[in-house]
Write a protein of this length. Structure first.
Length: 137
């Protein structure tokens, strides 16, 4: 199935065309490998990091190489996380993690609360930074 999506590259637009894969997604070998990954990782790895228990339904190539089907390059993910990761990679953007971990700290490494000064205060107090822990307070 051909998918055509405009992809921005500077000021030009090109169509995204998925390449042929080493293991076709509708082939028996891929279906067996996919079933193995989902059996070994029944919960989405990204959601687990956020303290949420969401079933894995998609298999992701961690390094974004659809021909690299080594088991250590495959992970189970929920559809929402897999779609977010794939969309960012297709658009040449950094993959941003939404939400907070189970202690309430942002998962996005670029978030202001993840600055070096605040993370050192966080490790000392093991709680979310407050106004008195920041330069503004």
């Amino acid at each position: 199935m051909k998918q055509h999506r405009p992809e921005k590259l500077g000021n030009t637009h090109v169509s995204y065309k998925p390449k042929a894969r080493a293991l076709p997604l509708n082939g028996a070998k891929w279906r067996r490998l996919r079933a193995q990954v989902l059996a070994e990782e029944p919960l989405c790895r990204w959601c687990l990091a956020e303290g949420r228990y969401v079933a894995s339904v998609d298999v992701d190539h961690i390094n974004n190489d659809g021909d690299d089907n080594r088991r250590d390059n495959l992970t189970g993910m929920c559809h929402e996380c897999h779609a977010r990761k794939t969309r960012a990679e297709m658009n040449g953007q950094d993959v941003k993690r939404k939400g907070c971990d189970r202690n309430g700290f942002p998962l996005d490494p670029g978030h202001g609360w993840n600055s070096e000064k605040i993370t050192s205060n966080r490790s000392a107090t093991n709680r979310a930074p407050s106004h008195e822990n920041t330069a503004e307070g």
